[in-house]
Write a protein that binds this ligand. Structure first.
Ligand code: ZN
Ligand code: ZN
Ligand code: ZN
Length: 369
């Protein structure tokens, strides 16, 4: 797995005329070698030359945390009085073009640029992103496990097993998080609980507002799966809405439009479809009911070891979907001072058509608890 990925990154470096990739904190390293760098002031950096053996430059005392693959990369520990930037610079001294990991701290990039003034620098995302965006069967299986886990939590929400009325959004968010962990996740990335007028803010932070009867409660949550030691986890991300009591007709009607728009988005996500045309398929249906003016964000984002990654389903992205792309389909409407709603599934583009990984009911559940 890691050998194949390193080979594809090297080939992509050659194709784009880049001499080496320098990858630090963030999701590239776990995806590429199964090691996640501590986001700390001590530098961890994998040097991947287009030709030759990669080297992981890492604080010496972190070496035991690395699952070694001596056939794939060398591990070089540095001591507390060593200069790790000098070590990295020495390995790429003759490079004329370098790719730097998108999440690398600017302090390290600036230090590297002082030692290496001549190379041109590109974002490693432009090299690694398109590779990470195409999932293999094992990755799709991990994304399916992630999705099935949060489906269980969403079903509990819809069944009224997670009490809402009289509790704070923060308390419900904490309970959702605990349930996400109980369903096979190593950690929770986020658990948005937005009730009533708060649902009009797409990324509302669950707070001290008490959930009242007669409100929409928008819940958007996800985490990262548990995988064997030395393998990266994969992300889940789902949104479902419930109503505390019978919803008014105005809301039910808008929600029905949203539900159809979401399923049209899923159906449009076929191999070869342009990313922007998938967005349009959902948005145009919202427009038929004059709801598109409240649909404030793109239709979806790719997902994998990172919660948001390539491909982005957004107007202006003319890239065609390829088999193995995994992404969210998440239309919403957000009416300030009033209410909002969103429905989100993770979907994989396959040769047999779009495969929705989340299967829990999409309709607006009425919860009386
Ligand atoms: Zn979001
Ligand atoms: Zn989400
Ligand atoms: Zn999402």
């Amino acid at each position: 797995m890691f050998g194949d990925r390193l080979g594809r990154v090297r080939a992509a470096l050659v194709d784009s005329g880049v001499d080496a990739a320098l990858l630090s904190v963030g999701p590239d390293l776990p995806w590429l070698i199964g090691y996640e760098a501590m986001p700390l002031e001590r530098l961890t950096m994998l040097v991947v030359p287009a030709e030759g053996t990669p080297t992981l430059v890492i604080p010496a005392f972190e070496v035991p945390r690395v699952v070694a693959h001596p056939d794939l990369f060398q591990v070089e520990g540095w001591g507390e009085t060593d200069d790790p930037v000098e070590r990295v610079a020495g390995k790429v001294a003759s490079a004329s073009s370098l790719a730097i990991g998108d999440h690398t701290w600017s302090t390290f990039l600036v230090a590297l640029q002082k030692r290496l003034p001549s190379p041109t620098w590109v974002n490693a995302g432009s090299v690694v992103g398109p590779l990470r965006a195409v999932k293999d069967d094992k990755e799709i299986a991990a994304l399916q496990r992630a999705a099935s886990g949060v489906d269980v939590v969403a079903a509990a929400l819809q069944a009224g097993e997670i009490p809402l009325i009289g509790r704070t959004e923060a308390a419900v968010s904490a309970e959702i998080g605990e349930r996400v962990i109980a369903e096979g996740h190593a950690k929770v990335n986020f658990a948005i609980v937005a009730s009533g007028v708060n649902a009009a803010s797409p990324h509302h932070e669950a707070g001290q507002k008490i959930i009242e009867p007669g409100e929409v409660v928008l819940c958007d949550f996800g985490g990262v799966t548990i995988e064997p030691h030395g393998e990266p986890g994969y992300c889940s991300d789902i949104t479902r809405c419930v109503y505390t009591g019978e919803p008014p007709a105005e809301f039910s009607e808008a929600f029905a439009v949203l539900q159809t728009a979401q399923s049209k988005g899923v159906a449009a996500a076929t191999v070869g479809a342009l990313a922007q045309s998938v967005d349009a398929a959902a948005r145009n249906h919202m427009a038929d009911a004059n709801l598109d003016q409240w649909f404030l964000h793109r239709l979806g984002h790719g997902i994998g070891v990172e919660a948001h990654e390539d491909p982005y389903l957004v107007q202006g992205n003319e890239a065609p979907l390829v088999s193995g792309n995994a992404f969210s389909i998440e239309p919403g409407f957000y009416i300030e001072g009033k209410w909002g709603a969103r429905i989100e599934d993770i979907v994989v583009a396959t040769g047999d058509g779009p495969l929705a990984l989340n299967r829990v009911d999409h309709s607006l559940a009425v919860v009386e608890a």
